[in-house]
Design a protein around this ligand. Structure first.
Ligand code: CU
Length: 862
């Protein structure tokens, strides 16, 4: 086989590839790179979100580069006819207009613009794929089919990435779907669009960079790598969308294996010749970081133990993907390719290469030092220093390359590039390395002395502080009223599993906060009205906004009048919303009692559970669910409960079904401790159990309750037996002051049966008409009474707090079982005919805010 790719790809003596258009296109790439560097350094001063810098890089520089160069490689390697310059120019102009539209749309929060720009990018991706495939079909040379497959797969990933990006940017995604779409978007664009395009190109570019021939067998290895990579990406994205950790992990492992296969020819090439010069080293380092990033993500996801950790994990590896892999690949490839584009002969080619290589060791050092600094969980100045290093490394290249490219673009000659009287690059780099190292040491020393701004430093002087929480894609309170001239400080806590920040229109902002982190935002003296919002892309459009209003009226109620009249209630519960994918209802069926000794190990854990349709929040639980497991026995049964505290704070337990001195068994145990709680059920009834640690209102409201059912002697069996535990629902995460304040003042966000609002509307209980149904009820509180009623049916049996108030055969009937907090009982009924029978807490405020469900009653089998 005669493979002479070097001359195919980079004919140093031939004319520049496709003339001035190609030069201009590469100048645009460099322009975006420079814009990205400037924005990443100055976005705070300019009042722009950090998102814009990232997308100036990825959508601007990287996407332009991939489109230009993939077309060039396919045309050159396959000896296909070049497309009309006019068409290429139109396509690239359109792409850049769409990119600007997306950036402007998200920055100004105009979702129509974001959507239109993303749709345009979808069209470009589709047209590009069709063009590449058609070009290949018309080609004289068919040996590079694998390249077409890589590029086409990359384009499909860009298409999917643009669709998910649009859903995020326009705020079309619901809170539950937001973090999944975000994860999918990140992987589709970085692993798919950039990853496929880069790996496909490297099969040719890497040997060219080393100055050797493409080895035999490269194409077949490439053909083997792509399916593995593609399956890896599909599994990863599918796993993220389905909230399946194992699927995501399998996908990442598969993708890493694909990178491994793709690396085989690249590593083999190293046996022929060692890398020399900037391009080879940068490409090698970039691929290394791609592997490392996938590995870190997989391991962190494995250790985290829950898919809920994904946003955090991805947030941590994105800098590695972006700076270590994408930016470095771009700079490395341009270092190799730009002289080919700009130079008009061997001499110009050589001098351009030398000028682009200026100080490359220092630049590589800075960039690769920057990666761990920006990606690690370091104290505050270190990541900033890392970003500065990255900006310096990339920015100096952008400047060198623009200085070379612009004269060529303007005058068609590389006249001002070379300065032969300057010291040669190799002698300059030694000084450069020394200077670079000095900067590093100085920076680390500065960081170690800790002159960082501390966002949690208490604010001095008289200020009005408002607690702001971020959860379920809302800022609470959403409105703050203060008298004019008040110095306002927001204490912002993120309770969501995904990162948020808060930015005011006056320019102040918090750092990006991960789950559980708090920051103070001192807005100074407030005179007029202001807006604040989460600056993460799409979150503002999705509703994470806050209004700060000044009115003299707010002064009348005193400065202590808490801003935000309805902290936490937000927009109310959306009972008709779709529950999260993978949601299963709490099983309301009560299993018959088994045995006379009930031995249970009850672990206290902190869980994210579904508390309303599509709303997941952290809860403190007995046995991973709220309510905890139901215990069912008969009078005289023994219960032996081992309580294990796997949580992070002290908890205890109190079983109303037993009578004993509370001193020992009801004591609070610390994290990691356990206690055994033994009692005998001497009396029948539906009994509450709950956490016995103060403040109990908080522990119960956060999910620490359950029921023990002790059947009265001689209780007949029935056809259907259910247990419902009613409680109030307090949103906003377990332990913020605001949450506790809401509990203390008794202003719940909703009322629920078995821990979740309206869950049995979404998964109705079932019964057969004419058959006996028994429904046990326990009111867990913490504060409100409940009035259980079934619409369209009457109770013929009513048992409350240890006694029958109504029995079958009595002339009367009952409509409601009323229970004060901690009371319990049961009702029995038979449904007169098939149909749908709602059941409610007949305090209608409770029913309309979540204490609502449904029976689906069908004919009994004949
Ligand atoms: Cu507790």
């Amino acid at each position: 086989m005669d493979e002479t790719p070097r001359t195919d790809l980079a004919p140093p003596t031939a004319a520049r590839p496709r003339g001035p258009l190609f030069v201009w296109a590469n100048a645009v790439v460099l322009g975006w790179l420079a814009v990205a560097v400037v924005l990443s350094a100055a976005h705070q001063v300019l009042g722009l979100p950090g998102w814009v810098a990232l997308h100036a890089l990825l959508l601007g520089a990287v996407t332009n580069a991939i489109l230009i160069w993939s077309e060039h490689f396919v045309v050159t390697l396959c000896r296909a006819p070049a497309p009309l310059a006019r068409r290429v120019a139109a396509g690239l102009t359109a792409l850049n207009l769409f990119v600007v539209t997306v950036l402007a749309g998200v920055t100004t929060n105009v979702s129509v613009m974001t959507g239109a720009g993303a749709a345009g990018i979808c069209v470009i991706a589709a047209v590009h794929t069709v063009f590449l495939v058609r070009t290949y079909r018309k080609a004289l040379q068919r040996r590079f089919g694998h390249l077409i497959c890589f590029y086409a797969s990359a384009s499909v990933a860009l298409l999917a990435g643009a669709v998910t990006g649009a859903a995020l940017g326009t705020g079309a995604a619901t809170p539950i779907w937001y973090s999944r779409l975000w994860g999918a978007h990140v992987h589709l664009t970085l692993l798919g669009w950039v990853g496929f395009a880069v790996l496909g190109t490297l099969f040719t570019l890497w040997p060219t960079t080393l100055g050797i021939r493409i080895a035999d067998g490269t194409a077949s290895l490439a053909r083997r790598a792509l399916p593995v990579l593609a399956v890896g990406l599909v599994l990863t994205v599918g796993g993220i969308l389905a909230a399946s950790r194992w699927l995501t992990l399998a996908g990442l492992v598969c993708y890493a294996a694909g990178v491994g296969v793709a690396m085989i020819p690249l590593v083999r090439a190293l046996g022929t010749r060692r890398p020399r010069g900037p391009a080879a080293w940068m490409l090698a380092a970039a691929i290394g970081w791609l592997g490392v990033a996938v590995l870190i993500e997989g391991v962190r996801l494995l250790l985290a133990g829950s898919i809920d950790a994904l946003p955090d994990v991805v947030g941590a590896v994105v800098p590695v993907f972006v700076l270590g892999f994408t930016v470095q690949v771009l700079v490395g490839a341009l270092t190799q390719l730009l002289p080919v584009v700009l130079g008009r002969g061997p001499a110009e080619h050589k001098s351009l290469s030398a000028s682009l290589a200026r100080g490359w060791q220092v630049r590589i050092l800075l960039t690769n030092l920057a990666v761990p600094l920006v990606a690690g969980d370091w104290p505050r100045p270190l990541p900033q220093i890392g970003w500065a290093f990255g900006a310096l490394g990339v920015g100096t290249f952008a400047v060198l390359a623009l200085r070379a490219a612009i004269p060529v673009a303007l005058r068609g000659a590389a006249t001002t590039v070379q300065a032969p009287d300057r010291p040669s690059p190799s002698s300059g780099t030694t000084t450069g390395i020394a200077a670079g190292l000095a900067v590093v040491v100085l920076a680390v020393a500065l960081a170690a002395t800790g002159t960082a701004e501390a966002p949690s430093t208490p604010v001095s002087g008289a200020a009005h502080t408002v607690e702001v929480t971020m959860s379920a894609m809302r800022l609470r309170p959403s409105t703050v009223d203060i008298p004019p001239g008040t110095r306002l400080v927001l204490r912002v806590t993120n309770q969501d599993s995904m990162p948020h920040d808060l930015r005011a229109d006056s320019g102040q902002r918090t750092p990006r906060l991960r789950q559980g982190e708090t920051a103070l935002l001192d807005l100074g003296e407030i005179q007029g009205d202001h807006q604040a919002w989460c600056d993460v892309a799409g979150h503002r459009a999705a509703g994470m906004t806050m209004t700060i209003r000044t009115s003299p009226a707010a002064a009348d109620t005193g400065r202590d009048h808490r801003a935000g009249h309805d902290p936490g209630t937000g927009a109310g519960l959306d009972l008709g919303a779709t529950p999260s994918p993978g949601w299963t209802p709490h099983d309301a069926r009560l299993a018959p009692p088994a045995g006379t000794l009930h031995r249970v190990e009850l672990h206290v854990t902190e869980q994210d559970v579904e508390v309303a349709p599509g709303v997941r929040e952290r809860r403190w639980t007995f046995g991973r669910t709220a309510p905890g497991p139901a215990l069912h026995g008969r009078v005289g049964d023994r219960f032996e409960i081992t309580l294990v505290n796997d949580a992070t704070m002290g908890h205890g337990i109190d079983f109303h079904a037993g009578a004993l001195a509370p001193d020992q068994p009801m004591r609070t145990i610390g994290p990691g401790e356990r206690l055994v709680y033994r009692f005998t059920a001497h009396r029948a009834g539906a009994w509450l159990y709950h956490c016995s640690t103060m403040p109990m209102s908080q522990h119960i409201a956060n999910g620490m309750y359950g029921a023990v059912v002790i059947d009265p002697p001689g209780l007949p069996a029935v056809d259907h037996e259910y247990l419902l535990v009613s409680s109030q629902l307090y949103l906003g995460g377990p332990d913020s002051d605001q949450h506790v304040a809401k509990i203390h003042t008794g202003r719940p966000d909703g009322w629920v049966f078995n821990g979740m609002a309206a869950q049995y509307d979404h998964a109705p209980l079932t019964a057969r008409s004419g058959r006996r149904v028994r429904i046990w009820l326990v009111n867990a509180g913490p504060g409100d009474a409940t009035a259980f009623h079934v619409v369209g049916a009457q109770f013929d049996t009513l048992y409350k707090e240890g006694t029958w108030l109504l029995r079958p055969g009595d002339p009367g009937g009952a409509q409601v079982l009323d229970l004060a907090p901690a009371q319990g009982g049961f009702v029995e009924l038979s449904f007169p005919e098939p149909g749908h029978y709602p059941f409610v807490d007949h305090d209608m405020r409770h029913a309309e805010n979540g204490a609502h469900g449904r029976f689906t009653v069908t004919e009994p089998p004949q």
